[in-house]
Design a protein around this ligand. Structure first.
Ligand code: MG
Length: 289
């Protein structure tokens, strides 16, 4: 199932269920009208209260009444308790950066104020010189989890989405750590929706493609991840409680601008498009402010 947050004129922010082909959507209100089932007010409540199995019973019979391109899609979760991001978790990216990948997750946390919608502008402050893209497969946590073993880790996954870990390299290198350069408002476009885990046969084998103004920059696969999703979740859960709605972004593959001989950093007006197999596409324009 695909579930996304949306904004509708005169209704405001709500959510809906997207058709299997990704072309149509049924809003929460229309779903309730068609089925008589009072689903929760927000996606986060939908996740926390475990509504997925109940709703799936109706999917074959409902009429997805709106076209997806007539609706504004929003970042699927507006208020996660945390967005945890992995650094250097792809063999090809670590190699290009001249680093040996760690055997444990190296992480930083993006504040939720970085979250941006799947098709809105990334607004970059004027003082950033080296703006870079990072396409990432993100996991949405489905229930509160502490000290889980890798073999059981998939139990706490709700689904998957795309996260663009936009990065100001000049700040990152000046600070010698990640937080400030990756914490600028709008620097985490996310979406276009969440695809629940039952639709993704093998999350460790999804193609990941980034295009800048139509030119392919990253073309890799989540099969090149160093620490698997199950091991990431297990390892993190032994440090901190993972909460329903949390986002874990699993790192980026090779092809980012900073690894190029002559880095093609992002400029005003550039359009970055990220596609992950079976998860959809997000597309954001760069605006320097
Ligand atoms: Mg990253």
């Amino acid at each position: 199932m695909k579930i996304g947050r949306i904004k509708i004129h005169q209704v405001g922010e709500t959510y809906g269920i997207i058709s299997p082909d990704g072309k149509r959507i049924i809003t929460k209100l229309d779903f309730q009208e068609q089925t008589g089932v009072p689903i929760p007010q927000t996606i986060k409540e939908f996740i926390v209260r475990g509504w997925i199995d109940e709703v799936k019973k109706y999917l074959a019979d409902i009429n997805f009444s709106d076209k997806i391109n007539s609706i504004d899609l929003l970042a699927p979760i507006p208020d996660p308790s945390k967005i945890i991001c992995l650094a250097f978790n792809y063999y090809d990216h670590a190699r290009d950066s001249g680093l040996t990948p760690s055997d444990e997750p190296v992480i930083f946390i993006k504040p939720r104020t970085t979250l941006n919608h799947p098709f809105n502008d990334i607004v970059c402050p004027y003082f950033v010189q080296r703006l870079d893209y990072e396409a990432e497969l993100a996991v949405i946590i489905g229930k509160n989890t502490k000290n889980i073993e890798p073999k059981n880790a998939s139990e706490c996954i709700f689904g998957y989405t795309i996260l663009h870990d936009v990065s100001a390299r000049d700040i990152q290198f000046k600070d010698k750590q990640f937080t400030r350069g990756k914490s600028i408002d709008t620097f985490a476009p996310c979406g276009p929706w969440i695809t629940t885990k039952d639709e993704i046969n093998n999350p460790q084998n999804l193609q990941i493609v980034t295009k800048v103004n139509g030119e392919i920059r990253q073309n890799s696969s989540s099969s090149k991840m160093v620490i698997s999703i199950e091991k990431i979740i297990s390892s993190l859960s032994k440090v901190m409680t993972l909460e329903a709605g949390d986002i874990i972004s699993t790192g980026t593959p090779a092809g980012v601008a900073m690894s190029m001989k002559e880095p093609k950093y992002l400029k005003n007006g550039d359009v970055v498009e990220i596609t992950i197999e079976n998860l959809g596409t997000i597309r954001n324009r760069i605006t320097f402010a």
